[in-house]
Structure formats: C-alpha cells, structure tokens
Design a protein around this ligand. Structure first.
Ligand code: PHE
Length: 452
C-alpha cells in the first residue's frame, strides 16, 4: 500500500480545520437559529456549549485521529472494544447524510450569487418567497446541487496536499476578509443600532420559558458549526505529525469559527433591520428569503448580495470537502480503493440521497433536524464516553505529545468530558428526540398529508 497522506504545513492543517468549521453553519444556520430561538439568549447558551463541551470534544477527536492515523470507522475499531468498536459507523452515516443536503443548500447560494449579479432580488418578502421556492426546489435545485458536488469531487479527488490544503489556503483568508469588510459596511446602514440591540441583549425570561427548545438547538448548533460529532476532526488530525500542540490548534480553530459566526450576525441583522424585514421568521429558508428581500430593497443590494452569497458559497465548499474526506478516507484506508474512484463513487450516491430534499424544504428540514438535534450530539456523547471513560490513558498521553506536561489541564479536560459532556449531551439527545418526534407528527405530517 502506498504511504498515507499528510498535511504539508502547520498552517495547512489549521486552515483546513477552520475551513471545515466555518461554513453554512456560521453564515446561514447561525443567524436563522438566533432568529428562531429568540435572539441574544440563544447566542449566550451557544457560547457556553462551545467552551464547556465543544472544545473538550474537539480535543477528543484530535487525539483519536492522531493516535490511530485512521479514518473514524477504522480508528474506533482499533481503539474501542465491544459495541464501541462500531461507533465509527455512526460518524460515517452522519457525514453521508449531512453532505447530501448541505450540497443542496450550497447550491442555492451559488444560485443567489447569480441572481445578485443580474440584480434580480425581489424587494418584498412575499415576492422573495416565491423566488426562493423556485431556487430551492425542482430541477434548478438539482442542477446546482450537482454542480456543487462536482466542485467538491474535484478538490477531494486531488488529495490532501494538492487538493484540500491548497484550496483552503485561498478560501479561508478570502472568507475572513470579506466578512469583516461587510460588517464594517453594514454598520453604516440605518437601523443598525436596533439590530445590534436585538442580537446582543439577552432576554432571560424568554430563556426560562423556552429552554426545552433552546438547549438542543444551541448544542446542535455548537456541534454543527465546529464540525464535531461525526469524525471530521478525527480524519483531519489523522494526517498530522506528532509534534503539534493540539490544544493550541483547537483554540485557534474555535476562535476563528466563533468570530465568524458572531460576525455573520453583525452582518445579517443590520441588513434585516435596515430593510424593515423581521428577523424572527423561522425555518431553513428564512435567511435566504429575508436576505434576498432586504438586498432587493437596498441600493447596491445586487452587488452586496452577490458578494455575500459568494462568501457563503466558498465557506460551504471548504466545509463540504471535509465531510466528503471522512467517507473517502474510510474507503481508502479500509478498502484500499484509490482516491479518485472512491471520491467519484461515493459522491454519486450522496448526490442521489440528497435529491429528495430538492422536492420541498420540509424534506430538507427532516434531514437537517435529524442530523443536528440528534446524530451529531449523539456522536459527541459517544466520543465523550469513549475518551473520558474508556481510553483516557492513551488520550492523556497523546494530548501531551507536542505540549509536554499537561499539569492540571489534563484532568480538567477528562472531567469535562466525563461529567458535563456526558450528562449534558445525553439530556440534549433526549430533548432532540422529543423535538424531532413533535416535528414528525406535527409540521411534517401536515405537510405530508397535504402533498401526498
Ligand atoms: N461546520 C460546518 C459549518 O458550519 C458544517 C459541518 C458539520 C462540517 C459537520 C463538517 C461536519 O457549516
């Protein structure tokens, strides 16, 4: 067998991981979750989850990947015992499902870039909604889904150094620069002040009454945005050498991801408020509809919108390649397939699995809720149990490589995994299941009854 690939440089790994973390989750999903879950209170709880559970779980993934030099399925098989040996399959399945609809949403963003360039955003919410429906469903959506999958195949097919590493070194700096530029620009819009107040001052009464829905949403969002709970960070760390300080890298990655999510809010909410459209509209389409309506009203909105959606599209691309890499690395490591055929075959299947979500946004919600509120957090729960309670000796040893003496931090890390992460995530998975059930028998059943 040929030698396993690795990152060429330190920044290559960091860029790739930041590129994976920063994506639709930050710029599309985060603002609509904030709108749906009542504003700043959600942001606060989300930040708590990132720090107390997200960071420890990220380190857990890093140590597993670097220790084994393997894809998630192979890594857990090698380190685990009993049923835990098969947990990698959960990650494989989750990755597969995420990418199938992630690419569909990414396809919409490409379409919205084109609409902006042609100055075709419709400036009222009803009109924008009609426009969104034609973008998000039917053959248009299928076409752009296919286009986006082809872009991912091209990058992942080229491999770690020539494909992923090269692509992220261009894309990640571009995302950061454009987002900062946009935040500065929207600061000058009328209504910006009101938007910041909505976005930045938490309503504790609202948190107290709606925590059952805020908690799973915030935890799911934390996992989704950090690309945790499905083995991306296991896979990326498996291409690392041993001299790296994983804790430091993790902090850098989380810092960038959080900054870009908060920045996306600073960009999006002033645009809403200045165009006089409500930020609270729920659902996966909301950000597209509301933003397009807002861009349609602003002077220079076409260009501004094109730049915005372009940023979202490249952010999505640098995330999507990391998801595909998880499944591809499995086929390469465990079945000795060559990279190009593994990439092409699995992408074709993922493309097909995504097709139902182009039928109607409700089907997309069905995928998205399952992944976010249940699968990713369940994946995180398994990782916390596994590293915190089963392989902790290995884990501490592996973490200390590149750091040296961990001092009290090693045990702090383990105990964060053992108790808050395990209990917190178990609760969140249960709440997520209840929410999902409500959705299935409620909104989804109604929609299904009306359509079939
Ligand atoms: N973190 C990515 C985003 O914010 C999404 C993602 C989730 C990527 C899970 C990989 C794994 O868009």
């Amino acid at each position: 067998m040929s030698q396993r690939e690795s990152w060429a440089t330190r920044t290559g790994f960091i860029f790739a991981a930041v590129g994976s973390a920063v994506g639709l989750g930050n710029i599309w999903r985060f603002p609509f979750q904030v709108g749906q879950e009542g504003g700043a209170g959600f942001v606060l709880i989300y930040l708590l989850f990132i720090a107390s559970i997200g960071f420890p779980v990220m380190l857990a993934e890093f140590v597993i990947g670097r220790r084994t030099d393997r894809n998630p399925v192979g890594a857990l098989k090698q380190l685990g015992s009993g049923k835990l040996r098969y947990a990698g399959w959960l990650f494989f399945t989750t990755g597969f499902l995420i990418l199938s609809y992630y690419s569909v949403v990414a396809g919409w963003t490409v379409r919205y870039v084109l609409l902006g360039l042609q100055n075709e955003y419709v400036g009222d919410v009803a009109g924008a909604e009609g426009q969104f429906l034609s973008v998000a469903s039917g053959l248009d959506a299928v076409f752009f889904h296919a286009l986006f999958m082809l872009a991912i195949i091209a990058i992942v097919g080229l491999g770690i150094q020539r494909g992923i590493e090269l692509a992220v070194k261009v894309m990640v700096p571009a995302i950061i620069v454009i987002m900062v530029g946009m935040a500065v620009y929207v600061f000058t819009l009328e209504g910006a002040g009101e938007a910041y107040a909505y976005y930045l001052s938490p309503d504790f009464g609202y948190i107290a009454s709606e925590w059952q829905s805020i908690l799973p949403a915030a935890a799911g969002q934390a996992f989704f945005t950090l690309s945790l709970g499905m083995g991306v960070m296991i896979t990326y760390a498996s291409y690392l050498g041993e001299d790296r300080n994983l804790a430091e890298d993790g902090l850098i990655i989380i810092g960038f991801d959080t900054a870009i999510a908060l920045l996306a809010g600073l960009v999006v909410f002033p645009i809403f408020f200045s165009a006089g459209v409500s930020p609270g509209a729920p659902g996966a389409g909301a950000v597209f509809v509301t933003l397009a309506a807002a861009f349609g009203k602003l002077s220079l909105g076409g260009i501004l919108g094109a730049v915005f959606f372009f940023t979202v599209a490249i952010a999505a691309l640098s995330s999507a390649i990391s998801i595909l890499e998880v499944v591809v690395s499995y086929l390469i490591d465990e079945h000795g397939m060559n990279r190009l055929s593994a990439t092409a075959i699995i992408s074709a299947i993922i493309f097909v699995v995504g097709l139902p979500t182009t039928y109607d946004i409700q089907v997309l919600n069905l995928y998205d809720l399952l992944v976010n509120n249940i699968l990713l957090v369940f994946g995180g729960f398994i990782l916390a149990v596994f590293v915190g309670w089963v392989i902790y000796d290995f884990a501490l040893d592996e973490l200390s490589k590149g750091i040296g003496d961990l001092g009290p931090w090693g045990t702090t890390w383990l105990w964060l995994l053992r108790v808050p992460a395990v209990i917190g995530l178990a609760v969140v998975v249960l709440l997520g299941i209840i929410e999902y059930y409500d959705f299935l028998v409620g909104d989804f059943a109604t929609w299904f009854g009306d359509n079939f």
